[in-house]
Ligand binder design. Structure first.
Ligand code: FAD
Ligand code: SIN
Length: 521
């Protein structure tokens, strides 16, 4: 097995991984491994923007309150405080590095999204905010001599010895290499691809959560999956997001009879919390026996729409939907996982030498439901914090044994793809926006048939991803079964009330005989 040594290893090149790399570069050699081309990540596709209390009408205290309210009682207040207070300096620093956010005259332009009580969302090139962040961060990383980037390298597992993480095994082409490091930062993003309907790009298969779990990391809040209400639903179109900022600018939801309906579900109408809007859409789809509703911008000024949402306008046109003239068929899709590898405020996990940041992590900042556009900010703030904390990891001098990582004989490609397809469908149908004991148990039973996959090491990225998707799916179901109540984005039709002990967080750890619960003060 080829062996590579570095001071710091970062797994993932989205906003969180890149920001951590920048922080670490002055202190030693940094390697960033990434599964695909460097830009392929959720970050690259982020549309609406980045929430930050920088406008004249805003304050960090108000951003704090809105985040806590969206989190529905389960945010860790100290984490939210860090997010909103360190957000402004992280954004100003990004502007110094070359980020160009949209302006009105000479002033930054802020938009509105659901559950924000102020216009506080910065955006770039209208609806390409994530692409701008990725561009600036990659350029910054490229300028740092100490940072090496390995593309098309998928982390398989962590190298763990005596409770300490010493790096990771990585699949490079079809070879497994061992990268040793003083500290390792998981920044692999979320797990949207576990569901058949999702806004997430193909790389987002829950790898970091599964890798962390296998190594003994604690996972938290896995039942909280956020579904985005408005995703394009047109024949042969991809599951393309239609930013919430469109509703922030005045777009209206209509059912298939072209009737506005959302006011019947929540007084905040189009800007009600995401989980409420997603469930309202499902309910309206059931009522009208349809597989979609419409997003309507036809009453808005066409030139404004084209200028404000250029990427959405041109992408929809490619699928024969003209957003300034036509009603846009939409339905919800899995979008964001609030849960993940449990960390403290500095990205430290329960495993020495292992840090996590961004969507893979659970700092508690989002509670049971993430406030829109808080995750790019989270990647910047907690990516930087994880980097800062990882600097102090001691150099490991004791010898330790490497695992053999023999490639298992595995089912044919054909079988893998069949299982992958079935897994995603089951997760969407049984563990989606509305769940209940029966649907969750059905899903659990079906997934158990494929548990042999969990003990295998694969020589292909698709195989590895399948194992990770299965792991994460099992954990989401386990947590969703344990939470016998409805809080934030987790909705149980058999327990529509919050339920007893709703304030606790569900913690899952491999080989623990008992599930642990933790209360936030
Ligand atoms: P990502 O940006 O997803 O990066 C993960 C990286 O890890 C990728 O480089 C990936 O290739 C790599 N990786 C994964 N597995 C492995 C492995 N095994 N080995 C090596 N590398 C691996 N949030 C907002 O705040 N505002 C928005 O406007 C917004 N819009 C969104 C629009 C879309 C379509 C989507 C999908 C999400 C949006 N979000 C938005 C959410 C936000 O983009 C993500 O939560 C955030 O970008 C996550 O950043 P990250 O660095 O944690 O992960
Ligand atoms: C959007 O633009 O609607 C996505 C924003 C987010 O998920 O934070």
């Amino acid at each position: 097995m080829e062996k590579v040594k570095t001071d710091f290893l970062i797994i993932g090149s989205g906003v969180a991984g890149l920001r951590a790399a920048i922080e670490l570069a002055p202190f030693g050699k940094v390697i960033v491994v990434t599964k695909d081309i460097p830009t392929e990540s959720s970050t690259e596709y982020a549309q609406g923007g980045v929430a930050v209390a920088l406008s004249d009408e805003d304050e960090v205290g108000i951003h704090f309150e809105d985040t806590i309210k969206a989190g529905d009682g389960l945010c860790r207040e100290e984490a939210v405080k860090v997010l909103v207070e360190e957000g402004p300096p992280r954004i100003l620093e990004l502007i110094e590095w070359g980020a160009e956010f949209d302006k009105e005259g000479t002033k930054l332009s802020f938009t509105l999204e659901a559950a924000h009580s102020r216009r506080r969302i910065l955006h770039a090139q209208g609806d390409s905010t994530g692409r701008e962040l990725e561009r600036v961060l990659i350029n910054k990383v490229k300028s740092l001599k100490k940072v090496q980037r390995f593309q098309f390298c998928a982390a398989i597992d962590l190298i763990v010895d005596d409770g300490r993480c010493n790096g990771a095994y990585v699949l490079k082409n079809t070879d497994i290499i061992a990268i040793f490091s003083r500290a390792t930062v998981l920044a692999t993003g979320g797990a949207g691809r576990v569901f058949s309907r999702t806004t997430n790009p193909a790389v987002v298969t829950g790898d970091g959560m599964a890798i962390g779990y296998r190594a003994g990391a604690i996972l938290e809040d896995m039942e909280f999956v956020q579904f985005h209400p408005t995703v394009l639903f047109a024949s042969s179109s991809p599951q393309f997001l239609l930013s919430e900022a469109m509703r922030g600018e005045g777009a209206i939801l209509r059912n298939v009879f072209k009737e506005p309906f959302i006011k019947n579900y929540h007084p905040d109408a189009e800007l009600a919390p995401r989980d409420v809007v997603s469930r309202a859409i499902i309910s309206e789809m059931v009522k009208t026996r349809s597989n979609h509703v419409y997003l309507d911008l036809t009453h808005m000024d066409g030139n404004f729409v084209k200028k404000r949402f250029p990427r959405i306008y041109t992408t929809c046109l490619q699928y024969d939907v003209n957003i300034i003239k036509d009603l846009i068929p939409v339905s919800p899709a899995a979008h964001y996982l609030m849960g993940g590898v449990k960390t403290d405020l500095n990205g430290s996990t329960n495993i020495k030498g292992l840090y996590a940041a961004g969507e893979v992590a659970c700092t508690g900042v989002h509670g049971a439901n993430r406030l829109a556009s808080n995750s790019l900010l989270e990647g910047l703030v907690f990516g930087a914090r994880a980097g800062k904390a990882a600097v102090n990891s001691p150099i490991h001098t004791e010898p330790f044994a490497l695992e053999s990582k023999a490639i298992s004989i595995h089912p044919s490609l054909h079988d893998h793809e069949e299982i992958r397809h079935a897994l995603k469908k089951i997760m969407w149908e049984k563990v989606g926006i509305i769940r209940c004991e029966e649907s969750l148990k059905d899903a659990q039973e079906k997934l158990a048939e494929w548990s042999y996959i969990l003990n295998k090491t694969f020589s292909t990225r698709r195989g590895l991803e399948l194992k990770n998707m299965l792991t994460v799916a099992i954990l989401i179901i386990e947590a969703a079964l344990l939470r016998k109540g409805s809080v934030g984005a987790h909705y149980r039709s058999d327990h529509p009330e919050r339920g007893e002990g709703w304030q606790r967080h569900i913690l899952l750890k491999k080989d623990d005989k008992e599930v642990k619960f933790e209360y936030v003060e």
